[in-house]
Ligand binder design. Structure first.
Ligand code: UTP
Length: 473
């Protein structure tokens, strides 16, 4: 096996991975060979040519004919709007009949937050300090109880955090969910390379492998057998969300209903951008296909364009909330149709073995990793649907340690949501000058996980709690 791999890697210009091979012990050699055996040199060679050395560099994105994507506008009151009510009816029927699974992508490195554990373990709620995973689990559990059905939860991890993530669920007794309803699987890996396209050795006997991006979930679902398991359970709709957003409405009958009524293969939620240059992807139409154009790719003049009435033209921000059709994932993730997601390059700090043979931890990006993005599947989806969501009820991610999208902003947004729910039943919460509740309060997803459910749950309480600092229901 060694000779065969050596030849292959040398022929591909990647012989450097054997630089220290002779100095390794047997176990280290075996481990390195096993790692090398997993590398798809053909795929890697193509990526190095196009994304690193620029040989096959595609032309710059052509913006001609780029239009804003249409979407279902959120009415002031969903429950009394005939179209949205019908969607809810259809969505609820599908949930009750067991057609829906939840799916969190949690394989990322979370470097910006700088938390020394998988991000799902991060404590995020204002009073109880529940972890992100606990919040999601309770939302799923509450929906399972409401609709009288098990809702399986797929959890995608990566080699960086798989063991710790699984252990956390075990330690917490799966937060009340049935163990067999939580399905873990690991995403794929891609070798990281130098700016010259050579695979980086992060130790003498180990190549640097990084997770292949959230878009890697399509093939990981297929390869791991998770998709087959969903099929066995009669599930055809997959509610996709990211690990950093505790506000996400995971089991949303309105969204599911629109997805089903539209016969959509991949549906998305948009929220209107808060300001023209907000750093989100933009839902657009290009050559008749729905796509997401990243803020970094969309010229400023487009991001700032306005309609005659002053509204932002490219207003639909992507918040990484989707419903995927199982057959669609099978088609793309299985690769049988020849369709697949493109890779993008990301420049990162990657530890490497220096000239003296010691490991160097660089302080600026020195290597390139390859990632797929899930929204790149949209142009390949038939009849994709986009619906509007309310930011305050859907989106407040924990990305950075401080500033925007941080634990502090997320906590404030959770408290604001809870205060709005209380206001809807006539209870007012004291606010500070920025409109953020000045007391800590928390409402468990097991009590209510959306405003509509909160009203009925509150009305059925015999004794209503006082609004006070530390309130938890
Ligand atoms: P981010 O874009 O926030 O990336 O991921 P990240 O790696 O978690 O964090 P930074 O950029 O290093 O700070 C968005 C979502 O996609 C998942 C993350 O876990 C998060 O839920 N993701 C990202 C994966 O599952 N796999 C990946 O390879 C990358």
């Amino acid at each position: 096996m060694e000779m065969e791999l050596r030849e292959k890697f040398e022929a591909a210009g990647q012989g450097g991975v054997f630089k220290y091979f002779d100095s390794l012990c047997d176990a280290e050699r075996d481990a390195l060979l096993a790692q090398l055996g997993q590398v798809d040199l053909k795929e890697l060679g193509g990526l190095v040519d196009s994304l690193v050395l620029g040989n096959g560099k595609s032309e710059a994105f052509d913006f001609s004919g780029l239009e804003p994507a249409p979407y279902k506008i959120l009415p002031p009151d969903k429950s009394s709007d005939p179209e949205w009510s019908e969607a809810k009816r259809v969505g609820e029927e599908a949930i009750r009949s067991g057609r829906l699974a939840a799916f969190v992508v949690a394989g990322g490195q979370g470097t910006r937050l700088g938390f020394d554990a998988p991000k799902g373990l991060f404590k995020v709620t204002p009073v109880k300090g529940k972890s992100l995973f606990q919040v999601f689990a309770e939302k799923i559990l509450s929906a399972s109880r409401k609709y009288g059905v098990s809702i399986p939860w797929l959890v995608m991890t990566s080699h960086i955090n798989d063991a710790r993530t699984r252990a956390f669920f075990e330690e917490n007794n799966f937060f009340g969910l049935k163990k067999e309803d939580v399905i873990f699987f690991k995403q794929g890996l891609m070798p990281a390379v130098t700016p010259r396209g050579e695979i980086i050795l992060e130790e003498k006997g180990k190549i640097a492998m990084t997770p292949d991006g959230h878009g890697g979930c399509l093939r990981a679902m297929f390869r791991s057998g998770a998709l087959e398991e969903l099929k066995r359970r009669g599930i055809d709709c997959i509610s996709y969300f990211q690990v950093d957003n505790p506000l996400v409405n995971i089991i949303d009958p309105y969204f599911l209903g629109f997805h089903i009524l539209g016969k959509s293969e991949m549906s998305s939620k948009m929220i209107p951008k808060a300001y023209p240059l907000e750093k989100v992807g933009h839902f657009c139409m290009k050559d008749g296909k729905l796509c997401v154009v990243e803020y970094s790719d969309l010229p400023k003049s487009y991001q700032e364009q306005r309609e005659a009435d002053g509204r932002l033209r490219f207003v639909a921000g992507s918040v990484a909330i989707h419903i995927l059709d199982r057959g669609f994932v099978e088609r793309l993730g299985g690769g049988a149709s020849g369709e697949g997601l493109p890779f993008h390059r990301a420049d990162k700090k990657i530890p490497f073995v220096g000239e003296d043979g010691n490991v160097v931890k660089p302080d600026k990006p020195n290597g390139i990793k390859f990632e797929m993005f899930v929204f790149d599947a949209l142009p390949m989806a038939k009849d994709p649907v986009v619906i509007e969501g309310a930011r305050g009820d859907e989106f407040s991610p924990v990305k950075n340690a401080e500033g925007v999208d941080s634990p502090a902003t997320c906590k404030a947004d959770q408290k604001k949501q809870f205060a709005r729910w209380l206001a809807s039943v006539g209870k007012s919460v004291p606010l500070d000058a920025d409109g953020i509740p000045s007391i800590d309060l928390e409402i468990s997803p097991l009590f209510a996980s959306c405003g509509e459910d909160f009203v009925s749950a509150w009305n059925s309480l015999e004794t209503k709690p006082d609004i006070a600092d530390g309130m938890y229901i």
